[in-house]
Write a protein that binds this ligand. Structure first.
Ligand code: GLU
Length: 310
């Protein structure tokens, strides 16, 4: 069974880029006779707003996008995230971190001016300042449960070596892709990367580093939640923007650590503005609500993002 999803964060309006992602995933699920699910990614309590959520849902329905089960809501799943963190703590793979952004920049700052600081999918690569914090407690997790209120980082060097396979493969074009082939034939659909992204523990340590796995103010992170939720929703195909290709490596690694299945990933092209820049949340000019208020039809939106209309 083909099961895919769209996972908006209700922190701003649905714009053309989101619409493309949602319609594409929805079209593929329908073409495959599979399921399309919705997940509200509202772990960022500061930025998520109920009014954005209502607008996003209304825009999706207007676009003809419907889901086959009640939406999953991340803010309902905090106990699950906490349990998963406990598991990582017991495995000795996470540590509390008290560094601020400027501490990290200062620790990394290059002696020569103008030399770019090392960065990965989550920004600056963490220099490891707190890696030995609570070393004693972490060595004896059975008598020292995880403190609940800290920011935690994943010790990437250990985690990457620990996970099952030495080389992780993300196969984005294997099995169940009949409609994908059809899209390719028409030349209209997803022309995202097909093929493999390969990575080794060394790559993960060097080019991703010790990512934040739980933020103090959230009790989780995008990476942790998305992996647990895709598994809980039984997602077989993840269809999302090419901007998340690098993050997918982190997700596959976490799936290995938790013993969860890895879905097939399809990273689609990004919808860009007239200057060729990727659309951002604040691009209200591209908001679906704005096009609606100007009298556009759902078919107009499909045309704007290069999708077939019939
Ligand atoms: N909430 C994420 C976003 O809005 C979803 C990313 C994903 O599909 O994994 O970009």
């Amino acid at each position: 069974m083909f099961v895919t999803r769209f996972a908006p964060s209700p922190t701003g309006p649905l714009h053309l880029g989101h619409a493309y992602s949602a319609i594409l995933a929805h079209d593929m699920a329908r073409a495959e006779g599979g399921k399309f699910l919705l997940r509200i990614e509202d772990i960022d309590r500061q930025r998520s707003k109920p009014e954005w959520e209502l607008q996003v849902i209304d825009d999706l329905n207007w676009l003809g996008v419907w889901w086959d089960a009640d939406p999953m809501r991340q803010s309902d799943r905090l106990p699950t995230y906490s349990q998963a963190l406990d598991m990582l703590w017991d495995m000795g793979l996470i540590y509390p971190c008290i560094c601020t952004r400027s501490d990290i920049a200062a620790a990394l700052s290059a002696p020569q001016e103008g030399v770019a600081l090392p960065s990965g999918p989550d920004g600056l690569i963490y220099p490891g300042t707190c890696r030995d914090r609570m070393w004693f407690e972490r060595t004896f997790p059975e008598t020292h449960p995880r403190p609940q209120t800290d920011t935690f980082r994943l010790n990437m060097a250990i985690a990457a070596h620990r996970s099952d396979a030495f080389i992780h493969r993300i196969d984005s074009a294997q099995g169940g892709w009949h409609s994908y082939a059809t899209y390719q034939e028409t030349g209209i659909g997803p022309e995202g990367r097909a093929g493999r992204i390969e990575f080794t523990p060394e790559d993960m340590t060097k080019s991703v580093g010790d990512i934040v796995i739980a933020r103090r103010d959230m009790g989780t992170s995008y990476h942790l939640s998305v992996v647990l939720d895709d598994a809980a929703q039984g997602i077989t195909h993840v269809i999302r923007g090419a901007d998340l290709t690098e993050a997918t490596k982190i997700h596959v690694l976490l799936q290995h650590l938790f013993g969860l299945p890895t879905p097939i990933y399809h990273h689609h092209r990004l919808i860009r503005d007239d200057q060729g820049k990727r659309l951002a949340k604040r691009d209200d000019a591209r908001a679906i609500a704005k096009y609606r208020s100007e009298g556009a039809t759902p078919a107009d939106i499909r045309r704007m993002v290069g999708l077939p209309t019939a």
